[in-house]
Design a protein around this ligand. Structure first.
Ligand SMILES: Nc1ncnc2c1ncn2[C@@H]1O[C@H](COP(=O)(O)OP(=O)(O)OP(=O)(O)O)[C@@H](O)[C@H]1O
Ligand SMILES: O=P(O)(O)OC[C@H]1O[C@H](OP(=O)(O)OP(=O)(O)O)[C@H](O)[C@@H]1O
Ligand SMILES: O=C(O)c1cccnc1
Length: 484
């Protein structure tokens, strides 16, 4: 749908020209997309953004004016520009479907192909996956805090620009929001749109009652009245009740009220009592105002009578954790289908990469609950009938034996030789899948604060390969130091 080919960092293009000049452009590479720590000190993340990655790959191509611009920088050769003219992706991509619960170091996307092509994809894939995964995860936390109450996404006005508003609404829907106020996101992705009215509507009329009546008259079947413009309990709620009863006398269903300031617990309880006493038991109470999972959790714990939550800024900007640190790291390089595992060394243990072409295997018990994930080498097999001992890759004495398990491989083929082989699921389907997916995890992993660490280990073979490569690199450095 959208050509984002030029939405990249300059260094991808300079490296590409470098590969070409040095005869490396046809070398094959495998890159992994993964993050190193969970956002929000939470227990899981929800993968999102794959549909946008697919769209990006399918629309790759440099236009004439892109090439003109690159020429104007005076750093690229004509030979390179000519290569760009014919650029398209001809490799393989595997990915974990959107809505899947994912954990640190698990390859969310695995890209395999000519380095000339795979190098370019880094920036854009990360840009798309980091943001949507972050917002889907945040939304999932907000929705979980809301218990059975619905959550409307209200963030567009304070999102970090239009793209974040639109893709944020999409990700929030994956995370479980019921609707969005964002009309373009509704049109583009089929997300249900919903809304009430602003204070300006109430202020514009001679009185609050006039404003409520006018709204009810215009939208009798979607009438949620904002009750905090003047005084919630002395004016807003009594006026809303009057109009609600008038609407119901005319045969319509009065939807309810929205509280947007003050002590939401106290006001909702009082408003509930007043609505019930007036016979408007079905009218709902919506709350908004700077909400996030913590405030919603606290307000519910106080016994508030709130049915639905409008959540904007804190959700769409992921205010308490504004980025996900997803990275795109080379795991193997090869020629004509023969690959060699590669590793990046770092003083920081967390930054040492996992080498080789890998997969992610999720282990379930017979009741369908998750037991652990294993990052393994692509060709490894874990027989379902056979006990398997797994161990923590840092604290290797921490061991666990899995028996009587069922396995699932999380990465699925998305592109083969440049052609899409994956049917993109509908957004509603992704939302339902995410919900079901989370049901397979224990509550301890999902709780909002200090969750239990879900086990993600390396297979024994991958662990061994990593140790071997680290040893080889270390020995190499030592012997070179001896020579020089
Ligand atoms: N009972 C409650 N427990 C915990 N937090 C609450 C409760 N009621 C409201 N809040 C939160 O407290 C904050 C109140 O913010 P603030 O003081 O700006 O709101 P306000 O009194 O409604 O003023 P304004 O009219 O400017 O919106 C909001 O984040 C709101 O979600
Ligand atoms: O608080 P958020 O989670 O971002 O949710 C959206 C907020 O946006 C609107 O407020 P508006 O832009 O009119 O500002 P105000 O109510 O804070 O004055 C609405 O009334 C909500 O309070
Ligand atoms: O429809 C609403 O009530 C709404 C929409 C966007 C932001 N705040 C509120």
């Amino acid at each position: 749908m959208e050509n984002r080919t030029m939405l990249t960092d300059l260094y991808q293009l300079t490296m590409m020209q470098g590969y070409l000049v040095n005869g490396y452009h046809n070398k094959e590479a495998v890159f992994d997309v993964y993050f190193r720590s969970l956002p929000f000190n939470g227990g899981y993340a929800l993968a999102a953004g794959l549909e946008q990655v697919v769209d990006y790959i399918e629309n790759l191509g440099f236009e004439e004016d892109d090439l003109e611009y690159l020429r104007s920088l005076n750093i690229f050769s004509e030979e390179f520009i000519k290569e760009l003219k014919n650029f398209r992706f001809t490799g393989n991509i595997d990915a974990i479907p959107e809505g899947t619960a994912v954990f640190p170091y698990e390859p969310l996307i695995r890209v395999k192909g000519r380095i000339f092509e795979t190098q370019l994809l880094e920036t854009t894939i990360l840009n798309l996956v980091n943001f949507e995964t972050l917002i889907a995860t945040k939304a999932s936390r907000v929705v979980s805090a809301a218990g059975g109450g619905s959550v409307m996404e209200f963030g567009l006005r304070r999102a970090q620009g239009p793209d974040a508003g639109i893709l944020g609404a999409r990700a929030a829907y994956i995370g479980g929001c019921q609707s969005t106020s964002n009309v373009l996101a509704g049109k583009r992705y089929g997300i249900p749109v919903a809304g009430t009215q602003a204070h300006s509507w109430i202020q514009c009329f001679p009185s609050e009652l006039d404003a409520f009546r006018a709204y009810a008259h215009t939208f009798p079947d979607m009438c949620l009245l904002l009750v905090d413009t003047y005084n919630v309990l002395k004016s807003g709620v009594p006026n809303a009740i009057k109009v609600g009863l008038e609407l119901e006398a005319e045969g319509h269903q009065f939807l309810g009220i929205r509280l947007d300031s003050g002590d939401l617990t106290y006001l909702s309880k009082e408003a509930r009592r007043m609505l019930d006493e007036a016979g408007l038991k079905k009218a709902i109470i919506v709350a908004s105002n700077d909400l996030d999972e913590e405030t919603i959790f606290a307000i519910r714990a106080q016994g508030a009578a709130i049915n639905s939550w409008g959540v904007g800024t804190n959700l769409i900007t992921s205010k308490d954790n504004p980025s996900l640190g997803g990275v795109y790291k080379l795991a193997a390089e090869g020629d004509q289908g023969v690959f060699h595992p590669r590793l990046k060394v770092s003083e920081n243990i967390a930054k040492i990469t996992n080498p080789g072409i890998k997969k992610v295997v999720r282990f379930y018990d017979r009741a369908g609950k998750t037991m652990a994930d294993l990052i393994a080498l692509e060709d490894e097999v874990f027989e379902e009938g056979k006990a398997l001992t797994i161990f923590d890759p840092i604290q290797t004495w921490k061991r666990k034996t899995l028996t009587n398990f069922r396995t699932r491989e999380l990465l699925v083929p998305i592109f083969r030789e440049g052609k899409r082989v994956y049917d993109l699921p509908k957004l509603k389907g992704i939302q339902l899948y995410a919900h079901k997916e989370l049901e397979t995890f224990w509550d301890e992993v999902k709780r909002l604060t200090n969750p239990h660490n879900y086990i993600v280990d390396l297979s024994a073979n991958l662990f061994e390969l990593k140790q071997q490569l680290l040893l080889t690199i270390n020995n190499d450095i030592k012997s070179k130091q001896g020579v020089e």
